[in-house]
Write a protein that binds this ligand. Structure first.
Ligand code: SAH
Length: 219
């Protein structure tokens, strides 16, 4: 890896390991998730002016009124997705800067990621190529439609909050599949986990969360 990817000082490996230790203290238990997060450079996904803050447990701006999810949220959603086994195909809605995509790509077979804002979609691709992550397919689209061509998915992870679960995403889940999704408006949002069974869907209500809104159309 070159020095930009490895990081120095506030973007160094030691800073990343401190972040992983904090995640453990916050209740993240999946060692594979902790290991991947301690190895993946997060600072390359944010503007250089913010790179010294990349490992703080906070959401940071990535432009276009969007934010990179805070490390705890990325870790928690990934852990919830993986709890009952390693999913093969995962659909991610809301690529953003691509950090969550990078974590997922190291833990599942293939990630299909959808982003509605064109410049973010393009930038994320560049970041993820620089990490040489190749098991990712990218789509610039409204994620409310999912990505039907590659369905069904063993896992779906949604990084923006709709007021209810989009019908198309439910349809694109495999039987035995899991979806992690924040539901609600403004500061009244809740993380939910949906299981698709032989007979239908089961919804588990988890913790309160704050995500940017899930918006229709693309720009
Ligand atoms: N996991 C990302 C989070 C980015 S914020 C990261 O760590 O960077 C959520 C993203 O969801 C934003 O980029 C936003 O543009 C996108 N988004 C919101 N509604 C969407 C939709 N309907 N389809 C696709 N992307 C959407």
């Amino acid at each position: 890896m070159n020095s930009t990817l490895l990081g120095i000082g506030m973007t160094s490996r030691r800073t990343r390991e401190r972040m992983a230790k904090r995640l453990l203290e916050q209740g993240i238990r999946n060692n594979k998730v902790l290991d991947v997060m301690s190895r993946t450079p997060r600072h390359i996904f944010v503007d250089e002016a913010l790179s010294s803050r990349a490992y703080e447990d906070t959401a940071l701006p990535i432009g276009f009124n969007q934010t990179i999810s805070q490390p705890y949220t990325v870790a928690k959603m990934t852990e919830l997705l993986l709890e009952f086994g390693r999913p093969g195909k995962v659909l991610e809605i809301g690529t953003g800067c691509g950090y969550q995509t990078a974590i997922l790509a190291q833990l599942v077979d293939h990630v299909y990621t959808v982003e509605r804002i064109l410049p973010l979609h393009k930038k994320a691709k560049d970041h993820l190529w620089s990490l040489r992550l190749k098991n990712i397919s990218y789509l610039h689209s409204d994620g409310g439609w999912g990505w039907p061509e590659h369905a069904p998915y063993d896992g779906i992870l949604v990084a923006a909050a709709p007021s209810e679960i989009p019908e198309m995403l439910l349809e694109q889940m495999a039987v035995g599949g899991v979806m992690i999704i924040p539901i609600g408006r403004g500061d009244r949002q809740e993380l939910q986990r949906v299981f698709r069974t032989e007979n239908g869907y089961e919804i588990e209500e988890l913790e309160p969360v704050t995500f940017v809104p899930f918006l229709a159309g693309r720009e």
